[in-house]
Design a protein around this ligand. Structure first.
Ligand SMILES: Cc1cc2nc3c(=O)[nH]c(=O)nc-3n(C[C@H](O)[C@H](O)[C@H](O)COP(=O)(O)OP(=O)(O)OC[C@H]3O[C@@H](n4cnc5c(N)ncnc54)[C@H](O)[C@@H]3O)c2cc1C
Ligand code: FES
Length: 219
């Protein structure tokens, strides 16, 4: 089942799924007609034998989703750690793994950032959380929280600010990189860490912020 947000900028893809997955893990998605390289998406929700993904529209996969059977593969990657009273921070569709985390483990506090109201109106946001809209960033609010366990997912520019402001706390970042194999073989999703090059698909997608070099680019 495919559900679109008010202006069509976001898609909720829901499929029957009899398997297991944990928050932080992702699946690759393609269809019988393409795209040739399956795309990675975090699990947005998994319950009652159905799995769902929150997809930002405008990419190649969108043009296939309506017209061909969807093929998912996974789960891939390591689950998020289950933390005591975590402060959860999301930016845009980075809310997907945070949503699944909340539905499984609950939360301490949530600050979710949106570029406009379209995505905010489209997703389930728990009561007692804070939502902010550009130009306010989630970090502008999150920095006033006293919670020490923090998980963040969103655009890399947001993660850089999160790390700069909250990097001395127990901070985990969910990284998103372009992927091909999703199995640690093609080296397409390399990032630099204090332990050398690691791969987001196999070693992540969650990393301790202190260990990740967010300025590193693979040439
Ligand atoms: C672990 C993980 C979890 C993710 N979870 C989500 C999620 O829940 N929701 C979500 O919307 N996205 C998520 N992403 C990001 C998503 O996988 C990518 O944005 C993917 O490219 C989307 O596929 P597409 O066909 O929609 O868009 P694409 O056609 O792949 O294009 C998306 C954007 O990326 C650019 N692009 C495409 N290929 C390249 C390339 N090789 N190099 C540089 N730029 C390129 C395009 O120009 C476009 O702006 C996740 C990524 C990872 C690694
Ligand atoms: S996608 Fe191939 S190594 Fe990660």
């Amino acid at each position: 089942m495919l559900k679109r947000s008010a202006n069509g900028s976001y898609i909720l893809l829901e499929l029957p799924y009899g398997g297991q997955a944990l928050p932080g893990q992702f699946f690759t998605i393609t269809t019988s007609l393409g795209p040739y390289i399956p795309r990675p998406f975090s699990v947005y929700d998994l319950k009652d034998g159905r799995i769902s993904f929150l997809i930002k529209s405008g990419g190649e996969i969108e043009k296939f989703l309506d017209s061909a059977p969807v093929i998912i593969d996974g789960p891939f990657g390591n689950p998020l750690p289950e933390l005591k009273d975590p402060l959860l921070i999301s930016g845009g569709v980075g809310y997907a793994p945070i949503h699944f985390y909340i539905s499984k483990y609950g939360l301490g506090e949530l600050v979710a950032g949106f570029s406009d109201e379209e995505l905010f109106d489209f997703v389930d946001i728990p009561d007692h959380s804070v939502s902010v809209f550009d130009p306010v960033t989630p970090v502008d609010v999150a920095e006033f929280s006293t919670l020490q366990n923090v998980i963040a997912c969103g655009p890399v520019e947001m993660l850089k600010i999160v790390k700069k402001i909250l990097g001395q706390r127990s901070l985990y970042l969910i990284m998103e990189e372009k992927m091909a194999c999703a199995r640690g073989m093609c080296e397409g999703c390399a990032i630099m860490t204090s332990y050398g090059v690691k791969f987001v698909c196999k070693d992540g997608p969650t990393f301790k912020a202190l260990e990740v070099d967010l300025e590193w680019t693979y040439l």
